[in-house]
Design a protein around this ligand. Structure first.
Ligand SMILES: Cc1ncc(COP(=O)(O)O)c(C=O)c1O
Length: 381
């Protein structure tokens, strides 16, 4: 069976990148590797739209999330975390593990956080040391308004804004230096079109100042140690050499495409997916602000979202994603980030139509496809 990977990470890896990563291994302390690190460091600054160093660690994205708590806070300090989904919830869990006192702003899953609520908390308690939020909450398919949040947090000299952009960076526009995001995080297996295994964090000067007095314990994810090594084009520990070589080539192709084109490509794929879904009579799960990385679809009344996503895989080889926690069965999710094009969207919509038709859904076959195709054609005029 031919396989189609349309899950929100890991995403497909372009064949030419896979080949680059299959070259003979090089040693990370040899002269072969320094130039790779140098090029990648520069490329990451471009991709992150920052003048600051972007750290790289051999872990999944959660490693950078953990490090952005442990490197900048001390036990007992207060922070705000936005819990509007599975990954926002993770901020709270990480803080707990490091005895950081997190106040969770609970947002109904599918909603965006109201930046005014963050502003109120900070006004009442300016001793809050950090605000932790997702740019794109993958579990619900919602994009939070991090630009407005940054405009609020930047007024507090001792409060960091930490943004998990694991499914946002390289998908839509985020300007950390210009907006005032202190730590911006991503991982390799999403829009960077690489296998899982690299975590990244861009860190501001304000955050480095906080790092000097932060007392939480840490060892592997020691950002200062990584920064000192990065300045010498190396890393504290054995880096994920093959992935970094893959990244070198990904960054070259992305630079060729250019950021505006990358963002426009994702916006078009996302729009066509949403149109296709609505055209077949289905509803988007986010109440507003759907993410351009992933489309979360509400399972129609009387249909099990888990069944939809399982049938897509088992009958048609399409790997999408189901819902998590209380959204299990209620939604399914289709990714359109990274190495994805028009016919991945067409495949997804056709698969959804066929599976739901088999399950007895009354929508008209082809109605979603028509809308998706029209969305693509309209973009060409
Ligand atoms: C928004 C977001 N944050 C965090 C994570 C966790 O990343 P990882 O699984 O790479 O640790 C994910 C993974 O899907 C994610 O989408």
């Amino acid at each position: 069976m031919k396989k189609y990977l349309l899950a929100p990470g890991p995403t497909p890896v372009p064949p030419e990148i896979l080949l680059r990563m299959a070259y003979p291994m090089i040693h990370h302390r040899s002269p072969d590797f320094g130039p790779v690190m140098e090029e990648v460091s520069e490329g990451l600054k471009w991709l992150f739209q920052t003048r600051n160093d972007v750290l790289m660690m051999a872990s999944s994205g959660t490693g950078a999330m953990e490090g952005s708590v442990s490197n900048f806070l001390s036990p007992g300090e207060r922070v705000l975390t936005v819990n509007g989904g599975k990954f926002g919830e993770r901020w709270g869990k990480i803080c707990k593990a490091f005895d950081v006192n997190a106040t969770e702003i609970m947002v109904e899953w599918g909603d965006t956080v109201d930046p005014g609520v963050i502003a109120d908390h900070l006004r009442k308690d300016p001793s809050i040391k950090g605000v932790y939020v997702q740019a794109s909450e993958t579990s619900t398919g919602v994009a939070h308004d991090v630009k407005t949040i940054a405009g609020i947090v930047r007024n507090y000299p001792d409060t960091l804004l930490v943004v998990d952009a694991i499914t946002a960076l390289g998908v839509f526009d985020i300007k950390p230096d210009e907006w005032g995001i202190d730590i911006l995080i991503t991982g390799s297996q999403k829009a960077l079109m690489l296998p899982p295994g690299l975590a990244f964090a861009g860190v501001s000067d304000k955050a480095w100042r906080m790092n000097e007095r932060a007392k939480c314990s840490r060892f592997y994810f020691d950002f200062k140690k990584e920064r000192d090594n990065l300045k010498k084009n190396t890393s504290a520990y054995t880096p994920a050499v093959s992935l970094i070589i893959g990244l070198q080539h990904v960054l070259r192709t992305l630079r060729e495409e250019g950021l505006p084109n990358i963002f426009a490509r994702h916006a078009l794929l996302a729009n066509a997916t949403r149109e296709g879904i609505k055209g077949f009579g289905l509803s988007l799960f986010p109440k507003s602000s759907p993410s351009d990385a992933v489309t979360a679809v509400s399972a129609p009344e009387g249909f099990d979202g888990q069944q939809i996503y399982k049938r897509l895989r088992e009958r048609y080889g399409i790997t999408a994603a189901g819902g998590q926690d209380h959204l299990k069965g209620k939604i399914f999710r289709i990714s359109h980030m990274g190495y994805c094009d028009t016919f991945d969207v067409i495949t997804a919509i056709a698969g959804v139509e066929m599976v739901l038709k088999e399950m007895g859904y009354p929508g008209e076959l082809g109605s979603g496809l028509k809308r998706a195709e029209e969305a693509f054609l309209k973009s060409q005029v």
